[in-house]
Design a protein around this ligand. Structure first.
Ligand code: TXA
Ligand code: MG
Length: 350
């Protein structure tokens, strides 16, 4: 039976305290609420309730061995759910509230249903005012994966959530477009001076290096996992963010890539996630401008929305540029290489 999903529009959580209370009440009573964060929308339930976590997996259509992130209102609240350490304290001081998730040993108050059976738990303190107000009002950590149906790009606005989750959750809070547009950076603390980067995001490798002496990068961030390799983060083994049409990433000099695209579009229906500067050079193709060539923040902000839009236009194939691996580029690279199932085509110079 589909649920009667309540749609709420909250832009000012202070003025709209009653709506926040109503959504928090749903969480406290074991229901599911989709809420905005600064990264992407989250599909939230009470993190301390095994039943709520089971319902999250069901609504998302996600395998239950892929653990959830728990969202807290204040960095210090982590201690209630996990065992923290001075390294967590330094990361929290530098980057929280904000788009960083830290993996810590789990306390018993968090059921293994929430952590996909693991003894660790992923903790994040979002900076979005609506997310903050909701968690505070619920009085408990909120477990939330990205609010997409499993295999779809993460939702960066309420319309995407409505497409994926209507009738599957108790409420959807529309809080406008998410600022960042890519999911949080995830790190695992190995010891006081070492973390492993499991998923790159807006908190970059270089930013982490300012706070932690040794930042290792999990191989799966930019490489394909071997057949029998066990990923450090269960989510790494799933094909994520996948558009229906095949996505091919092009690598080469800009001039050569443009010439290749011009030639391809004469033979089939091509969708191109192009740089803003290229729009005039690709007449006839379905174009989805991602932002300026050097504006990685705009590209991150628009990527998931454009993958959804490109899919809706049912092209034969989707092309995009292979992003650089530096700075925020590494997060784009990680999402796009997986959406493309590692299909990279090198365009030789003519
Ligand atoms: O920005 C975000 O992080 C968004 C918003 C809603 O907060 N959430 C999000 O959740 O992206 P999700 O479930 O789509 O991705 C969580 C990732 C998964 O790849 C999962 O495997 C990993 O975090 N993860 C969660 N708990 C873990 C743990 N204990 N150890 C290793 N990886 C973990
Ligand atoms: Mg996700």
């Amino acid at each position: 039976m589909p649920l009667d999903t309540k749609l709420m529009c909250i832009h000012d959580p202070v003025a709209q305290k009653e709506e926040i209370e109503c959504a928090a009440d749903i969480i406290r009573h074991g229901g599911l609420v989709v809420f905005p964060t600064e990264t992407v929308y989250g599909l939230g339930g009470d993190a301390t309730s095994a039943a709520s976590s089971r319902n999250i997996y069901e609504a998302k259509g996600r395998p239950s061995d892929n653990p959830l992130i728990i969202h807290i209102a204040n960095p210090d609240d982590a201690e209630r759910y996990a065992v923290t350490c001075p390294c967590y304290g330094r990361l929290a001081k530098a980057f929280m509230p904000g788009p960083l998730t830290v993996i810590l040993p789990r306390r018993d108050i968090i059921p293994t249903e929430t952590t996909g059976g693991l003894d660790t738990v992923a903790v994040r303190c979002p900076s979005h005012p609506v997310a903050h107000a909701l968690i505070e009002a619920a009085g408990v950590a909120i477990a939330a994966p990205s609010a997409n149906r499993s295999g779809k790009p993460s939702p960066t606005c309420a319309a995407h959530v409505v497409d994926d989750m209507m009738g599957r959750v108790d409420a959807i809070i529309d809080g406008g477009e998410c600022d960042i547009g890519l999911e949080s950076t995830i790190v695992k603390i190995e010891d006081e001076d070492t973390v492993t980067l499991l998923r790159p995001g807006a908190i970059t490798y270089d930013a982490l290096c300012m706070v932690v002496a040794d930042v290792k990068v999990a191989a799966a961030v930019s490489e394909r996992l071997g057949e029998n390799e066990r990923p450090l983060s269960p989510g790494m083994k799933y094909r994520h963010y996948a558009p229906d049409a095949p996505l091919v990433l092009l690598e080469g000099e800009e001039y050569d890539v443009l010439a290749y695209l011009q030639q391809q579009q004469s033979t089939r229906r091509c969708a191109v996630l192009c740089y803003d500067e290229e729009v005039d050079f690709l007449p006839g193709a379905l174009l989805y401008p991602v932002g300026g060539k050097d504006d990685l923040a705009s590209q991150a902000h628009s990527l998931f929305r454009l993958l959804r839009e490109a899919d809706r236009d049912q092209p034969d194939i989707i092309y995009a540029h292979l992003p650089p691996k530096e700075g925020l580029g590494l997060a784009l690279y990680n999402r796009m290489i997986r959406a493309a199932a590692h299909t990279v085509q090198h365009i030789p110079s003519r």
